[in-house]
Design a protein around this ligand. Sequence first.
Ligand code: SF4
Ligand code: SF4
Length: 441
Amino acid sequence: MQTNFSLAQLADPHVAESEKILRKCVHCGFCTATCPTYVTLGNELDSPRGRIYLIKDMLESGRPADKEIVTHIDRCLSCLACMTTCPSGVNYMHLVDHARAHIEQTYKRPLLDRLTRTMMAFVLPYPSRFRAALKLAGLGRPFIGLFEKVPGLKPVAAMLKLAPASIPPASPMASPGTHAGQGTKRGRVAILTGCAQSVLDPAINETTISLLTRLGVEVVVPEGEGCCGALVHHMGQEEAALASARQNVDAWTRAIEKGGLDAIVVTASGCGTTIKDYGFMLRLDLAYAEKAARVSAMAKDVTEYLATLDLPEPVRKSGTIVAYHSACSMQHGQKITRQPKELLAKAGFIVREPREGHLCCGSAGTYNILQSEISAKLRDRKVKNIEATGASVVATGNIGCITQIASAAKLPVVHTIKLLDWAYGGPKPEGVSGTTLVATE
Ligand code: SF4
Ligand code: SF4
């Protein structure tokens, strides 16, 4: 694609990076067919190619963002299916991240939208605030119908609908410390305890620590780590995202220097995609660029790390049919497609992949709150395809997808690690009935 940036514009490293990306696009349109918003809405401006043109125009003109571009960029899930499809290697992720930051700096959103976003950025990345907010959600639940009728309050209605009726207590295993591996030591890793996941389902990290330590891996919960920054990053709040990234880079660098690490294990693929991008996000910060690149290179999804270990035969095999939902951040963001399915199959499960597996379930960070109508359409389409597999349980590797799919599916939805843990001798995952998981040997 031909671009027309002035030399003065190209002196801005963010513009220069976006210009390089834009030049790679040959406007072939292959990406439109796999874009969930184009498939749902049928509008070229809600396709990757349409958005790329809008972003090019906005950046070249140097104009503040306007309502039209904000509408179409807000509707983008950042699912990155377009990057998997694109034959020219267009890095849409970095382009749309730049566009979102430009929107945040130049566009004044309506008051209720601003308030919702400020509230989400204040609450969601902090487990204690998020836990308190979920406890208060019960008070707002009777007003969901009312909130749904006011366009600016639809996100509040969506949040209340997604809030679970009860939340588990905080996990003591999430506190900083070291969990020793059993038997022969096979490795040493740090684990990201995260933010929303640690409140909604602390058992995911507890199970991960339990399985890894049983396999002989020492697991460190480093002092000072926090939210990965993805939630604010996707809202264009660049400084807040970079502050989270720096905090984690510092925490993990201390852990690396203290006792060495083989990997930084991440159990939410949405966070994994962002952490693997820290090297890029902090490339212009001389004090952090090198450390951030090292952290990014060490970040591994838990299934990616487990696949590097020579796992023994499982303790129990069930033959249960599992529908594996590959989160967008797993398959498109991190290109992890093989390992989770292979681990489940090796652990004795029959793995089925739903049709249209490349399409997002509509969760996408805060998308199911801010764009609840498109999100619900994508969720229902996903659930229909999952239920058509005939599976008894759904496995996936991202808390956002678990919450989203479970809000409409009739079958249990669990993190992949919980099924693996059960097969290797751990307890049955909560919510999965005794008849679904039966050991056959
Ligand atoms: S597939 Fe790639 S090159 Fe083709 S229009 Fe989409 S982004 Fe551009
Ligand atoms: S990230 Fe997803 S929703 Fe956004 S343009 Fe690409 S395919 Fe479409």
